[in-house]
Design a protein around this ligand. Structure first.
Ligand code: GLC
Length: 653
């Protein structure tokens, strides 16, 4: 560190200003004179974005497309997110990338956000825990991360200018919590300041949230980087604590002038330069000469991650299918699945395994009909007729539908929650032709399912990465037991969502009037029935819970243990979910909030005891008078739930 101080003293004012903006889209500036190299950053949260380098080897710069965050969140598996981080770290080392620009932990305020696929959840506890595991995984390899987008970047519409107008308690309890958890549990090398304003001030110029909250309160030690083109006032960004503005800009001189005319104290600039130099130092220290990554092994990992994440939403006993059955795979997504979303996170995958190719490679007797145009989601009468014919002539029909790329992507929000019209009509027609029908979904955010009573099973595959077809076939035919749980609520219709009346906002003012009542916190408190609740997911086996035991371990802390038994005939994984329900409290609060989760594997007949440690924050609310966390002396109920709607065991403390 001391040589950093020394370097600062040797840098000219112009060189200092230069260090605080990029050399190009992906590199920090070097200072050859002093032997300071560049550091390389690259997207994104579920794979290495390699098609942006000017380097001539871009043809070989293919990367493994892992399941997107909406998918891996449904695994509820911290260990898996850590493993995914490790693998991405290895890929970064192999490609000479020092910082991976992810994870995205923005909270899903509405099903309409075009980037929901890139974020984990509507619940801050789940998003924070999974984000921390991912960051620890990547950084274990000597590669940095960028926790994004700090914060309340909850929509794509007018994302560069809109101001998220949020009250203090809602900000603290909902939109900041995941960032706080990741900073405290994983110390990401960087945090990315978001495009939007918060209560009128751009995130890159928001000294309170960048210095006071992020650094002074939470102890963040790393560097704040702007989102790309998110800095609108270079001296103001430095003064607020945005250390690095990306990408390259020709505005460094504004910083030089501001220091010269006294508007910007040079020590503020020095502080930012120190953080840039420390980032470069860590980057250089982490580099491994001729580091390798095994893309074939990573493809198998992507399949395993998807298998651990896909959510069985409905199953009237039709699944698993017999391998001897004559099955029709219907829909273009069976052949070429939608594996990721559009925008900066989009990567050039090494290969794609769709369900059709994999099933046939396994020797399964599977017929195929395209049914619709993969890009537009529309079906010609011929395609439609062919789909119905394929369903009629098979014992079982598996209909792959979902959202085409053109309906959800970075930079745009969805206008509704519907699937393409042709897809909805196909469900009706295929189920009519063959009642033994399974629907497989590919979507990055919740969709309405007006036909939900018709198919005998529904498997949610989200945007499950390049090997999603392997996971789908293994689950459909029983070689794998599905264990995903929804990390977001599926409302019956968009209008039921708590942000519905206010989402997108008016002009550049977006008021978060629903406050803390986001997702299940709203639906469960309001008792609004949903299509599928947060935490929902079926298995091919059954689990029984017993012996919940909760005891206080301090003034405002407790410990809970519960036994879980696999009472079915096949091995399976269960997500044990613990919620805290306030009783006899004066504050307005959601009926329950997730405060613990564990994913466990149980063989047939096996029992495991799961233990949860609850600290004071598990019971706390943010007190806007005291500007701090408070625990009321009322009572609480510890609830073990199957999902946000279904309490299995409970105990008051
Ligand atoms: C994009 C995204 C951000 C990404 C960055 C670099 O606009 O908002 O997530 O990491 O710019 O591509």
């Amino acid at each position: 560190m001391d040589n950093i101080k020394k370097l600062i003293s040797e840098l000219t004012l112009e060189e200092k200003a230069g260090l605080t903006s990029g050399k190009d889209a992906w590199l920090t500036k070097a200072v050859e004179r002093l032997g300071i190299p560049s550091a390389r950053v690259s997207d994104g949260p579920h794979g290495l974005r390699a098609d942006d380098y000017s380097r001539d080897d871009r043809a070989t710069m293919l990367a493994v497309c892992f399941p997107t965050a909406v998918t891996t969140a449904a695994s509820f598996d911290k260990k898996m997110l850590y493993e995914m981080g490790e693998e991405l770290g290895r890929e970064c080392l192999a490609y000479g990338v020092d910082v991976l620009l992810g994870p995205g932990v923005n909270i899903k305020r509405s099903p309409l956000c075009g980037r929901n696929f890139e974020y984990f959840s509507e619940d801050p506890h789940l998003a924070g825990e999974l984000g921390a595991a991912f960051v620890n995984g990547v950084q274990s390899q000597g590669v940095g991360t960028s926790l994004k987008h700090y914060f309340a970047n909850s929509q794509e519409t007018r994302r560069f200018t809109s101001s998220s107008e949020i009250d203090e308690r809602t900000a603290r309890e909902i939109y900041l919590t995941a960032f706080e958890t990741v900073v405290k549990k994983a110390q990401p090398w960087t945090v990315m300041a978001s495009y939007n304003k918060v209560n009128g001030t751009h995130s890159t110029a928001n000294k309170y949230y960048l210095d006071e909250v992020l650094r002074n309160e939470w102890g963040f030690e790393g560097l704040v980087v702007s989102d790309w083109c998110a800095t609108h006032d270079r001296p103001g960004a430095i003064a607020a604590g945005t250390d690095l503005t990306m990408p390259a800009e020709d505005t460094d001189h504004l910083i030089v002038e501001a220091v010269k005319n006294g508007a910007l104290p040079e020590e503020a600039l020095d502080r930012c330069c120190e953080r840039v130099l420390r980032l470069v130092e860590r980057a250089v220290a982490g580099r491994r000469a001729n580091a390798e990554c095994d893309k074939k092994a990573a493809h198998a990992l992507a399949a395993r991650f998807a298998e651990n994440s896909l959510v069985l939403l409905k199953n009237d006993g039709i699944l698993p299918l017999k391998k001897s059955a004559k099955v029709a795979f219907i829909g273009a997504f069976a052949d070429r699945p939608r594996i990721q979303g559009g925008g900066s996170s989009h990567i050039v995958e090494t290969e794609i395994t769709g369900a059709l190719g994999y099933a046939r490679a396994q020797g399964l007797d599977v017929s195929y009909a395209e049914a619709y145009d993969r890009e537009t989601g529309e079906a010609t009468p011929e395609q439609f007729a062919e789909a119905v014919k394929a369903a009629k002539s098979a014992e079982k029909a598996v209909l792959f539908i979902g959202l085409p790329d053109c309906m959800e992507y970075e930079g745009g929000d969805r206008q509704h929650m519907r699937l393409p019209d042709a897809h909805n009509r196909l469900v009706e027609a295929v189920c009519e032709a063959n009642p033994e029908t399974v629907v497989v979904l590919h979507n990055g955010s919740p969709v309405e399912m007006p036909w939900i009573e018709k198919p005998k099973a529904v498997l949610e595959s989200y945007l499950g990465g390049q090997a999603v077809g392997i996971a789908q076939v293994r689950i459909l035919f029983g070689d794998a037991n599905p264990s995903g749980r929804l990390a977001e609520s599926f409302p019956k219709k968009l209008e039921d969502n708590s942000s519905y009346l206010y989402y997108i906002g008016e002009g550049d003012r977006v008021t978060y009037n629903e406050g803390i009542f986001v997702g299940y916190r709203y639906y469960e408190t309001k008792k609004t029935e949903v299509l599928f609740p947060f935490g929902w997911g079926l298995s091919y086996t059954d689990f029984e819970y017993s012996d919940l035991d909760v005891k206080k371990t301090g003034e405002h802390s407790a410990e809970a243990t519960v036994n879980v038994k696999n009472v079915g005939g096949v091995k399976g994984r269960e997500v044990v979910q613990l919620y805290v329900a306030p009783e006899k409290v004066k504050m307005i609060r959601p009926v329950r909030e997730l405060k613990g989760f564990e994913k466990i594997e149980l063989g047939p007949g096996e029992t495991k005891t799961v233990k949860f440690e609850l600290d004071s924050r598990a019971f706390a609310y943010w007190d806007v008078e005291k500007h701090g966390w408070e625990v009321e002396d009322g009572g609480f109920e510890i609830q073990i739930c199957k999902n946000a709607s279904e309490v299995i065991l409970k105990q008051k403390i």
